[in-house]
Ligand binder design. Structure first.
Ligand code: DSN
Length: 423
């Protein structure tokens, strides 16, 4: 009988996968090779640690645990209870939050829970428009948020490309929303949470901050926290935060019960306890001083990358970045976002096409690209490397050099900073 301490039972056993399912094993190794050989510049991705991956690949995946620690609908939850309690305590400490819920399966689920906690179908919600950098769950017509709620959208100013707080205030006064959402997926600047709080207070709205993109920078104390201002903060755990794929909610104590009920039983069933445990592992990593240095370097790298691209004729929207991402308008090069994404892909540079504010192109074409530095910073790149990355993007986007030549230069760069170094 194998003891419970046997690594083959509690940790990822890749040999078993290779023996029993070579097809899927080949996908897993193929993806690892892809990560190791290219430049990963998608602003919402990162490289999790082996410790996070070990928790994800553990037998905690087997356990049903509907409910919350100490109040489950299944027996045998004594071990997974500990993981969730440890994770909740770490989240509360890290974010100076009164309450934390680690169960949302994703950022979209965390947002669904926030809507469910504070709004009823038909209520008005004021949020940033998707074409100006918002998110699908901030009122898109193809999403539950746009179908079940009356969404009023704000955007950025055409002259500064910064959030138009006058417009937010005017719309809030006119429409008296039940909830105001701030937070974005393609907005490179800091968000003025104090002003959003003041507007929410003036009209009696709940303030929800969707911090998915930047919560890792908050955890690393590289940018200000929304927690003191917001009624509820939702986020994903796999971006700068560098945890497993998933969602989380932190909120004021007065909202704790309604948030917990909105996650379970309203919108989810059994939590993914292997993911909850992996979130706890990531939160501990975020508590280390080295994570603060990492978060600061992510921002330094994004600024260096934006500067390098600007010097090469690619315009950063709003003139630069304060965060982990830059939104780049390519109209100066007469290249669309879709063309740029495809050309970069051929040169082993992974990034995404993205609409720029007031974009004349449809979303699947787009006039820009979004680049982010969470992953390249995890693999140890600095602002010096970002100059080279900017030059490689420029070569790829222009499409004049053979993609294989750019790819060879990419390979040389990433070989100096390997993702998931071989042991
Ligand atoms: N899809 C994520 C992003 O890339 O920003 C947001 O959910």
């Amino acid at each position: 009988m194998t003891t419970p301490t046997d690594a083959t039972f509690w940790g990822p056993d890749f040999t078993a996968l290779q023996d029993q399912d070579p097809e899927i094993a080949a996908v897993v190794t193929g993806e690892l090779d892809r990560l190791r050989t290219g430049l990963q510049l998608i602003a919402s991705e990162n490289f999790t640690s082996p410790a996070v991956l070990a928790a994800l690949g553990s037998t905690l995946s087997n356990k049903y645990a509907e409910g919350y620690p100490g109040r489950r609908y299944y027996g045998g939850c004594q071990e997974v209870d500990k993981a969730e309690e440890i994770g909740i305590a770490r989240a509360k400490e890290l974010f100076a939050a009164e309450h934390a819920n680690l169960q949302p399966h994703s950022g979209a689920n965390a947002n669904l829970a926030a809507y469910a906690a504070f709004c009823a179908p038909g209520d008005t919600v004021l949020a940033m428009s998707l074409p100006h950098g918002g998110h699908l769950t901030h009122g898109s017509k193809v999403n539950f948020s746009g179908k079940w709620f009356r969404t009023v959208s704000y955007g950025v100013r055409s002259d500064t490309e910064l959030i138009d707080h006058d417009e937010v205030r005017d719309l809030a006064r006119e429409h008296r929303p039940k909830m105001i959402i701030c937070g974005a997926t393609a907005y490179p600047r800091l968000i003025d949470f104090a002003t959003f709080r003041a507007i929410a207070d003036e009209v009696g709205a709940v303030l929800m901050v969707d911090a998915a993109h930047f919560i890792g920078l908050v955890a690393g104390q590289a940018i200000p926290s929304p927690v003191p201002y917001a009624d509820v903060v939702t986020f994903t755990t796999h971006k700068v935060l560098r945890g497993p794929r998933g969602g989380m909610v932190v909120c004021r104590a007065e909202h704790a019960k309604r948030i917990d009920k909105a996650v379970f039983p309203f919108s989810q069933g059994g939590p993914l306890m292997h993911a909850v445990a992996a979130k706890a592992v990531a939160l501990r990593e975020c508590q280390q001083p080295s994570f603060q240095a990492y978060a600061r370097q992510v921002v330094t790298n994004a600024q260096a990358l934006a500067d390098g691209l600007a010097a090469d004729g690619m315009r950063p929207v709003s003139g630069g970045t304060d965060t982990h991402l830059a939104l780049i308008d390519l109209r100066g090069l007469d290249v669309t976002g879709a063309q740029a994404e495809q050309r970069c892909d051929a040169a082993l540079i992974t990034l995404n096409k993205n609409a720029v504010p007031f974009d004349p192109q449809p979303p699947m074409t787009a006039s820009g690209i979004r680049v982010g530095t969470p992953a390249v910073t995890t693999q140890g790149m600095t602002e010096v490397d970002m100059k080279e990355v900017a030059a490689l993007i420029g070569r790829a986007v222009r499409g004049q050099d053979p993609p294989a030549d750019v790819a060879a230069a990419v390979d040389a760069l990433v070989s100096r900073h390997p993702a998931y170094p071989r042991g």
